[in-house]
Design a protein around this ligand. Structure first.
Ligand code: FES
Length: 102
């Protein structure tokens, strides 16, 4: 059964930035794209680089290790459609942001 876990408070992450968060032992990358928040698994599918420490340009994060890129809104790579990261559903409750984890 999915669990709802608080991972941030509104305004905690500036627009255009990301961070690594841990929820129920899962390591997630959380991004603020122009006021809209998106979460994905933090581990890059190439070799496990920390996507939450990557550079965010628009909605595309670049892995800090070797430069693979992913659109954090869809989880898809704009360079190679076979490369994908898993998105994590989010839900607001007032000023609190929750990840829905299965
Ligand atoms: S680990 Fe992410 S690009 Fe290599």
């Amino acid at each position: 059964m999915p669990e709802r876990v608080k991972i941030a408070v509104r305004g905690e992450i500036p627009a255009g930035a990301g961070r690594v968060v841990v929820a129920l032992g899962r390591v997630l990358a959380l991004f603020n794209v122009e006021g809209n928040y998106f979460a994905v698994d933090n581990s890059c599918p190439h070799r496990g680089g920390p996507l939450g420490e990557g550079c965010l340009q628009g909605a595309v994060v670049t892995c800090p290790w070797h430069g693979w890129q992913f659109d954090v809104r869809t989880g898809e790579s704009p360079l190679n459609p076979r490369h994908q990261i898993r998105r994590v559903p989010l839900e607001w409750d007032g000023e609190l942001l929750y990840a829905i984890l299965d």
